[in-house]
Design a protein around this ligand. Sequence first.
Ligand code: RP5
Length: 162
Amino acid sequence: MKVLVLMGSDSDLPVMEEAAGLLERFGIPYEMTVASAHRSPERVKRLVAGAEKKGAEVIIAGAGMAAHLAGVVASHTVVPVIGVPLASSPLNGMDSLLSTVQMPPGVPVATVSLGKAGAKNAAILAAQIIARKDKGVLGKLRAYRRKMASDVEKKAGALRKK
Ligand code: RP5
């Protein structure tokens, strides 16, 4: 297992499965489960220790509301942690954005965009970290970039014809 994906609640799955989809596309072995910093702190600790033992190179943590999951995960490990703030509250994610991004000095969380864009970017960033030592993943990342660029060319072409 190279990446552990945690989310604060099963209600976060529709967003966090975007990360899983891209990890699969890049051929990166991952495990994904639910663990809440507030409701199940011991489970979070146990999962992080387990991920270290299994050789995880990155941990992705997505949570909404007072989103302490990524920070708590980071407090238990020196494996790089990517935090995905989720817009699951009446504050539309401003709460989880600030809770995830505003880590005090010493325990960083690499925070990505809110919601599905962030879940996707978390997987891509994890792949980029893994690609430093994995040529297979590097090739897939480069192909992904090429496809994005060619999709833009196609869209621009379609627009010109209108
Ligand atoms: C957070 O609270 C979770 O990450 C979720 O985004 C939010 C609401 O959780 P549920 O009440 O839907 O379980 O901890």
